[in-house]
Design a protein. Structure first.
Length: 267
């Protein structure tokens, strides 16, 4: 009795395609850096010309004025309040919008398309544009920053969680429909509890982002620690700026550690 040796098919050669893709990306990148054809002008020589100025500014930043620290406490508390309220409001509103934007939890293509279009429009507008418009509408302060953070968080949470729901199988929903349950009841009793960890992860992530973004929104007058940071930059008080940067760094790291611990408990 003879045994035939099974031949292993040759491994398909994919490196030519990868080489073409890498070469195309490299060519597009190079072309995008050529000012003659409308590309971005990269003046690398400016780094060599201005390194002394940069070294001087770094030296000033490395000499923080600790006496300025008490003045930053109030704006930092305002930033944390804005971040928390914006994330909480977005968390509440994101639940129905996410369930309406996902195919398994909303089989109606018309309403699903409307919700997705609204969310895409919200995400398409940069947060600084929101903050600038809102400052012009309601004035300088925490309110424009809070509304901006709410819109920013809402777009992120609905987009990411709805796509995660779309990419997962949900046989329990099919079983519920076969039993005659309405879609609203299925979403409340089955879909929401099953996907609550996804929501929680994105809510915590949005809270982390809010503290970082608040520092930038202050440039246009949206309140918080960013407004004080912009003020001290305007006075070239780099020793005060250093204190604010260190404080933001410590707060962001603390929030990330707490979020990580909460995610582990949720998972």
């Amino acid at each position: 009795m003879t045994t035939e040796r099974l031949a292993i098919p040759p491994r398909p050669r994919t490196w030519p395609l990868r080489l073409v893709v890498v070469a195309a990306l490299a060519a597009v990148t190079v072309l995008a850096c050529l000012p003659a054809i409308g590309g971005v002008e990269l003046d690398l020589a400016a780094i060599a010309r201005n390194w002394r100025n940069g070294a001087q500014k770094m030296g000033q930043l490395l000499q923080p004025d600790w006496a300025f620290l008490p003045r930053t406490i109030g704006p930092m508390i305002e930033t944390l309040q804005m971040a928390l309220v914006g994330a909480t409001a977005a968390a509440i509103v994101s639940i129905p919008l996410t369930l309406w934007a996902a195919r398994p939890t909303n089989p109606n293509g018309v309403t699903r398309g409307i919700v997705r279009t609204i969310v895409n429009v919200i995400r398409a507008v940069p947060d600084l544009v929101y903050a600038t418009i809102l400052v012009a509408l309601v004035g300088v302060g925490a309110m424009p920053g809070l509304i901006t953070l709410f819109l920013f968080d809402l777009g992120i949470v609905v987009k990411l969680v709805s796509e995660a729901i779309d990419s997962t199988e949900h046989p329990y929903l099919e079983a519920g429909r076969a039993a005659g349950a309405t879609q609203g009841r299925l979403n409340r009793t089955l879909a929401l509890p099953q996907n609550l960890p996804l929501f929680a992860n994105q809510w915590l992530y949005a809270l982390e982002l809010n503290v970082r973004i608040s520092a930038v929104l202050g440039i246009v007058g949206a309140g918080g620690i960013g407004r004080l940071l912009d003020e001290r930059f305007g006075f070239y008080a780099y020793d005060d700026v250093s204190i604010i940067i260190l404080e933001i760094l410590v707060v962001v790291i603390a929030i990330e550690v707490c979020s990580h611990l909460l995610r582990r408990r949720i998972a």
